[in-house]
Design a protein around this ligand. Structure first.
Ligand code: ZN
Length: 228
């Protein structure tokens, strides 16, 4: 214990990764194994507004006026969350920071609390494999069973294994061009952040293309180092 009011000493981690890299799954595993709380920007914002916290009220006023919530307000909401007792064991930030000014604001916020960022963990994906993985998905229109062009085809062509249906749907968001564009945007957005944390010696890159359990074990090792 460091003698502060909250006694909060648990590690704060940032999880970086494109949609489909398994961030949500891995965050849940870290939550179960270490009691780390996953803080995603959208959830925090909604909760702060619903609870009417000071920063939540500020956010609501801005949104009611049709404006975007500023970095300053998001940072204030994050500060409120980090000070809450459930974050004493540590927290995983998902979706914040997104820009280097936000990263600098987070650095200040943690320094004010005598907490340090344990690591910014980048879940690294192979873009081409990722496009295949996502663009190959399709779903039975009848029962919702999920399939994949290469990983899981119906036993009988064009016929659902579960319900015998012959209508299948593909999400427009899963189209190869859309997925590739999303990945490109992610890399463009994340490169400056990765550089920010690399300079601080805080960047950890994990190959996120393999087994979920192997990835989870690598993440757990990082958290354990941070706790030591
Ligand atoms: Zn079906």
């Amino acid at each position: 214990m460091d003698g502060t009011a909250t006694g909060a000493t648990g590690p704060v981690l940032i999880l970086l990764g494109p949609p489909g890299a398994g961030k949500g799954t891995q965050a849940r595993k870290l939550q179960e194994a270490f009691g780390l709380v996953q803080l995603s920007t959208g959830d925090m914002l909604r909760a702060a507004v619903a609870e009417g916290t000071e920063a939540g009220q500020a956010a609501k006023a801005v949104m009611d006026a049709g404006d975007l919530v500023s970095d300053e307000i998001v940072t204030a909401i994050l500060a409120e969350r980090l000070d809450a007792p459930d974050c004493a064991q540590g927290a995983i930030l998902d979706g914040f920071p997104r820009t280097t000014p936000q990263a600098a604001a987070l650095d200040r916020l943690l320094a004010e609390r005598g907490r340090a960022l344990a690591a910014a963990i980048s879940l690294e994906v192979d873009d081409a494999a990722m496009v295949d993985r996502i663009a190959g998905r399709f779903t039975c229109a009848g029962c919702g069973e999920g399939y994949h062009d290469s990983a899981k085809r119906p036993a009988v062509a064009d016929t659902c294994d579960r319900c015998g249906g012959t209508e299948f749907t593909r999400r427009a968001d899963d189209r190869a061009e859309t997925v590739a564009a999303r990945l490109e945007a992610y890399h463009r957005e994340t490169a400056p952040l990765a550089a920010h944390y690399d300079t601080q010696g805080k960047l950890e890159r994990i190959d996120a293309m393999g087994e979920i359990d192997r990835i989870a074990a690598e993440l757990a090792a990082i958290v354990q180092r941070a706790q030591a």
